[in-house]
Ligand binder design. Structure first.
Ligand code: SF4
Ligand code: ZN
Length: 332
């Protein structure tokens, strides 16, 4: 097969669009999709100037997704003084796993000349995921604890670095899986939160209904996922073609069984009906926007409710989720 654009030998075929592409044209389309997403989501605030640039914190795990995101954002904004990038890696305390992916993070950020910060559960919370899995006071999956701690550290440090945006490397498959899970679980609140926390556009003027920076709780740095139009396989291919230092081993505690089932379901659907992931996201985004509109005032009430007694984070309860998990772990 030949590349539809230049006639060189094709290295990939995108069944959902019917296009064959050579290495160079394939990589160019990945970069184009990220640029388009940045534009469509109005990620660069109009107020950003070379004198007063925005700081974008990228959650960099060392896996292919966040590595590809970091590389493309670096290339897009290298000559643009309105945006400053900071990579933030989190060490969960998982023996033999995170150390190696942190090597990949260091190699990449050294190479690109991006500021790189590392924070750990151990230094921040005095826990390591390897021990949390052993103790498991709440009888939950490892990822349920880990997700709470990670979200907490990402937002805390994004705030500490004065970040205007927090960017993560979720790809199209991740997003379609989450969308489908929310639909199948009938969780409309979760849909609303998903939209508010990373799907809708920012309002470039900063005061319209789509101003995610000010929706929900003001305490949180707004999030974005510029890689969310690119399928997982293509992210992996891009990392390989661009020779990026991505770490591929899976976490030994990974146990999201339900997500695994959804993943298999989606892969099967995509194979028989190419374009399924794109159409799920197109419809889901509209639904989630409606849900977000309906639930936003409720969220604001919740956020205005009060502060965590231990750490002061906004929460509707006595203790925020992080502090109540840490309490439970301490009681073991
Ligand atoms: Fe944490 Fe689960 Fe990811 Fe492992 S797979 S790092 S336990 S969230
Ligand atoms: Zn707390």
């Amino acid at each position: 097969m030949e590349c539809d654009k230049c006639g060189a030998p094709a290295v990939m075929h995108a069944a959902y669009s019917g296009v064959h592409m050579c290495e160079e044209h394939f990589c160019a389309t990945v970069e184009q999709r990220v640029r388009r997403r940045i534009r469509e989501d109005s990620l660069v605030a109009r107020a950003a100037t070379p004198e007063e640039p925005e700081t974008w914190v990228i959650g960099l795990s060392g896996g292919k997704d966040s590595v590809v995101l970091t590389k493309i954002l670096h290339d897009v904004f290298e000559q643009d003084p309105r945006i400053e990038l900071v990579a933030l890696s989190i060490h969960e305390g998982i023996e033999g796993y995170r150390d190696r992916s942190l090597d990949a993070c260091r190699e990449l950020t050294d190479d690109l000349g991006i500021r790189h910060e590392v924070v750990s559960y151990e230094a921040e919370f005095d826990v390591r995921m390897d021990d949390v899995v052993e103790e498991d006071p709440e009888n939950m999956a490892a990822c349920a604890y880990c997700g709470v701690f990670r979200r907490d550290l990402l937002s805390t440090y994004a705030e500490q670095f004065d970040a205007d945006k927090l960017l993560t490397g979720h790809n199209l498959d991740d997003e379609a899986e989450t969308a489908l899970m929310n639909v199948l679980e009938g969780d409309v609140t979760q849909m609303a939160q998903h939209f508010d926390s990373s799907l809708g556009p920012f309002d470039a003027d900063g005061d319209g209904p789509a101003d995610r920076a000010r929706s929900k709780s003001e305490a949180h740095v707004p999030r974005a996922k510029p890689l969310r139009d690119v399928p997982e396989k293509e992210v992996a291919l891009y990392a390989r073609f661009r020779d990026l230092p991505a770490h591929i081993t899976e976490c030994p505690h990974a146990d999201e069984a339900y997500r695994g089932e959804i993943q298999d379901l989606l892969l099967g659907l995509e194979e028989n009906h190419p374009g399924t992931r794109h159409s799920i996201m197109a419809g889901y985004e509209k639904l989630a926007a409606l849900a977000a509109d309906a639930y936003r005032s409720e969220d604001d009430r919740e956020a205005a409710f009060g502060e965590c007694k231990h750490c002061g984070s906004p929460t509707g309860r006595d203790l925020c989720r992080t502090c109540s998990l840490l309490d439970a772990l301490e009681a073991v």
